[in-house]
Design a protein around this ligand. Structure first.
Ligand SMILES: Cc1cc2nc3c(=O)[nH]c(=O)nc-3n(C[C@H](O)[C@H](O)[C@H](O)COP(=O)(O)OP(=O)(O)OC[C@H]3O[C@@H](n4cnc5c(N)ncnc54)[C@H](O)[C@@H]3O)c2cc1C
Ligand code: SF4
Ligand code: SF4
Length: 515
């Protein structure tokens, strides 16, 4: 679908008191709190690259609500589009053909009583609350670069215009390019460990009405990821007629033959998953990164003229795959720091204490699933004292090994609605495109030729949107930029850092509504 020319309209040069980049939960929470605390005395601008608020938001999502209750009035909270509360949760080990339900759900995975949400719908609702408070939310506007005044952030360049502000809040989600620019200029902000990421696939199925299932939640581990790839699946019956399901897998895998979307399909074909979607039709597809590094990978949350909040700062509790509450908490903390004219400390984001307790959790999985699980249990029992010290993370770009004898997996043909291939899945991301929005370039085709030889062009597999098409004979990559769902995986996983990817402009990309 092409988007109207309106989103291209020039902003001219603008000035704001506070500029927020990104209308996700982190950015919107910050803007709402600031607007309330400023009583109309500050001009607060939010730039959002999606054509409308919520269009690029994708999450599980089971929501911890404490921070939102703190942000909103009881009436505002009551009016939020929250789904049913979780009534039953369970945890399952999958083998290729079977499944085994664990007799208990690990403490951090217990979700009973928490509401299921569409983060896209929640984003739309929060954007309306912010706009009613006088926050200016400019959609279809991509912040391209930071503007610097010495080492101080002084605003952003957006689609050819300048937006100047004494304070810029970066709430652009995981692996954002502006945050990377900030950390490059202020390396002291970086965490002690490298950040690592998972690639999360999500699909929503419409199923024949099954009121008994509404509010049930199942998590899986094991098949098809095996012992070597960190990750797992989730199946959320978000209401009687819809199931949200997904698989998140760490992109620090070493085997270049891995094909994440095919793994997602294998997982969906498993009898345990098929049971939940029998007779259903997929209605939305998307993919997104999630930062997983945890405590030791957290960055400092402020710099001269800037704050970094939510996933942009790595604020996700990996053990429970939850970051929405941390996004809201950090948005609140940044707003409070701005209102009092001070800095922001980790203690201002209360749920970060939980990350400290599991500081080495994710890094322990480098040694495989059994060691990781044992370390997780140990950390929980000893309140984070063990494993002691700091375990390092694997570098997700350089960890790919040469391709072995086995040829890499090819995408299987489309097998109908319960097992869509990537092209059919992409149709469900409702991609908007527009001439002039090309944003991907191969830096050096000669490097790709070497990469075909060593790793058989992993971008042709790791991209969850089939943007990179491998021409094996010519050892060259063809780019289908219009397919991009903007997960940013290619900016981290190309083993030679040979892809120039810019954040897409003009409101192009997915149009999530239910995710
Ligand atoms: C598969 C999956 C399942 C998950 N499940 C859960 C769950 O069940 N519960 C939970 O709590 N968490 C879950 N999470 C994590 C959660 O989704 C994130 O932690 C949360 O969404 C982070 O919010 P954010 O506001 O920081 O970033 P985002 O939600 O990513 O929002 C960033 C916004 O910034 C915009 N943006 C980015 N760059 C620019 C730019 N340059 N210019 C303008 N706008 C820009 C984006 O379009 C987007 O709207 C899950 C994540 C995944 C991937
Ligand atoms: S773009 Fe990167 S991953 Fe793809 S073939 Fe070229 S070097 Fe390899
Ligand atoms: S091109 Fe890159 S950012 Fe776009 S979907 Fe593919 S991996 Fe993600």
């Amino acid at each position: 679908m092409r988007y109207s020319d309106e989103v291209q309209s020039s902003l001219g040069h603008l000035k704001a008191d506070v500029l927020v980049v990104g209308a996700g939960l982190a950015g919107l929470a910050c803007a709402i709190r600031l607007a309330r605390g400023s009583n109309g005395t500050r001009r607060i601008l939010v730039l959002e690259k999606s054509a409308h608020a919520g269009g690029h938001l994708l999450s599980g999502a089971v929501l911890r609500t404490d921070a939102l209750r703190q942000l909103l009035s009881p009436d505002e909270f009551a009016a939020l589009p929250l789904g049913p509360a979780v009534v039953r949760d369970s945890f399952h080990a999958l083998t290729p053909n079977g499944s085994f339900r664990l007799p208990f759900v690990p403490p951090k995975m217990r979700m009973k009583g928490l509401p299921l949400v569409s983060v896209s719908a929640l984003g739309r609702a929060l954007a309306k609350i912010a706009a009613d408070l006088g926050v200016e939310i400019l959609t279809g506007q991509t912040a391209d670069n930071l503007i610097w005044n010495g080492d101080r952030v002084a605003g952003v360049e957006t689609q050819g215009d300048l937006v100047l502000a004494p304070i810029t809040v970066l709430a652009e989600g995981p692996a954002g390019l502006l945050s990377r620019e900030l950390f490059a200029r202020h390396p002291e902000m970086r965490g002690t460990n490298l950040q690592t990421h998972g690639l999360g696939f999500k699909e929503i199925f419409e199923i024949p009405a099954n009121p008994d299932a509404a509010g049930t939640v199942a998590h899986t581990f094991g098949y098809p990821l095996g012992l070597g790839i960190y990750g797992g699946g989730f199946i959320y019956h978000v209401d009687a007629a819809h199931v949200a399901l997904g698989l998140a897998l760490a992109i620090d895998y070493r085997d270049p033959a891995v094909h994440p979307h095919e793994l997602f399909r294998q997982w969906k074909r498993h009898p345990f998953v098929q049971r939940h979607i029998a007779g259903g039709t997929p209605v939305e597809y998307g993919a997104r990164l999630v930062p997983e590094g945890g405590w030791h990978s957290l960055v400092r949350l402020d710099a001269p003229g800037a704050f970094v909040v939510g996933d942009a700062a790595g604020l996700v509790d990996t053990m429970e795959l939850k970051g929405l509450h941390l996004a809201v908490e950090s948005g609140l903390a940044a707003a409070d720091a701005i209102l009092r004219g001070g800095a922001i400390r980790r203690e201002d984001v209360p749920s970060l204490a939980g990350l400290r307790r599991t500081a080495n959790y994710r890094a322990a999985f480098r040694a495989g699933l059994p060691v990781g699980m044992a370390a997780a249990g140990l950390a929980w029992l000893t309140r984070g004292l063990l494993p002691a010290g700091r375990l390092p993370q694997r570098d997700e770009r350089t960890c790919l090994q040469p391709l072995g004898d086995k040829p890499p997996a090819k995408a299987a043909p489309d097998q109908g609605p319960l097992d869509f291939g990537l092209d059919s899945d992409l149709y469900l991301a409702r991609l908007r495109s527009r001439a002039g929005a090309e944003h991907i370039e191969i830096k050096d085709p000669a490097i790709c030729r070497e990469c075909f030889r060593r790793h058989a062009a992993p971008c042709a597999r790791f991209c969850p949107a089939a943007v990179y098409e491998a021409d094996d004979d010519a050892r060259a990559i063809r780019i289908r930029a219009d397919n991009c769902v903007q997960c940013r995986c290619c900016t981290l996983k190309c083993p030679f850092d040979n892809i120039r990817w810019e954040t897409p402009r003009y409101g192009v990309g997915p149009d999530y509504r239910l995710s």
